[in-house]
Design a protein around this ligand. Sequence first.
Ligand code: MLT
Length: 334
Amino acid sequence: QRFVKSLSFALCLGAAAATSSLAQAKTFRVAVGDGAGGTQHELGLKFSEAFKEKTGGRHDTQLFLNGQLGDEQATVNDAAMGLLDFSILAINNVTPFSPSVGVLTLPYMVQSLDDAVALTQGEVGQQLVDNTIRDAGVRIVGWAYSGFRVLTNSKQPVQSLSDLKALKVRVPNNEIMIDTYRAWGINPTPMAWSETFTGLQLGVVDGQDNPYITVYAMKFDEVQKYITNIRYLFSIEPLIMSEAVFQSQPDEVQQAILAAGKAATEHSARWLVEQEDKIKAELTSRGMVISEPANNEQEWMDNAISKVWPKYYDKLGGKDHLNKILQSLGRDAI
Ligand code: MLT
């Protein structure tokens, strides 16, 4: 793994620091990929409040919104090397570093907030946390739930896959999502999150997908008009921490981090339910036009599941493993 060397170096530094300066009061830096008013921001605020409270005001955090500390994927590297304490980012931007979390970006795997909560807070979630420490050198300490990623574009209403063919669509650098668009018949354009607003504004791409709340927090309504209400990917956004920095903390601070992460996670699920419809209405009042995918999304679903899932069986632990996950969600095996 590309992180192993830097990680062991960072862990050594961390162990040395655990008994010295890092035990002192500290303001932890938290990178946040999105702008103010989104689920990432809300998770960060709640985490910070709970962490401060649980350490009796001794420790604090500072949130840096809008990718000020670098693009989401770059923050994973920085945290792995111990150069950054925390980052809040979309799970699809963790997958390139920790392949097993790809299970959360398989099209149509997560079909509701309940599925998202069950997967992240149950046995599967714990495995993903452990795998991500091992593979990426970062620890997931909390989860934000952001709702389904809907397709937005500046050109025309899109309902069918043949409508989609008219668009150049930005996707994150995530192979499962790239393959999903290929299964839908187009070649998408991988682009860093931090470049997406400008890419849309300049017409380098016509569209992208992200949850309603993210579209709002990123002010995409200024550069996008049409929304297609697809439900292929329920966006889950972890709060990750540098494992080196985590290991360098005394036990009581580690416990405070984990407890604050749990409180923030629980808050995030409630907040999504309270906010999503209001934000959707706000986007339409700003002139965005929402279409439903044709035929109950059937052709979108059939193409994505039949063409993408088989390609990832091996990478994601095998077909039986995926079937067990589906059954744990009360769904039929494939
Ligand atoms: C992406 O599209 O790269 C991310 O999902 C954006 C986000 O973090 O909100």
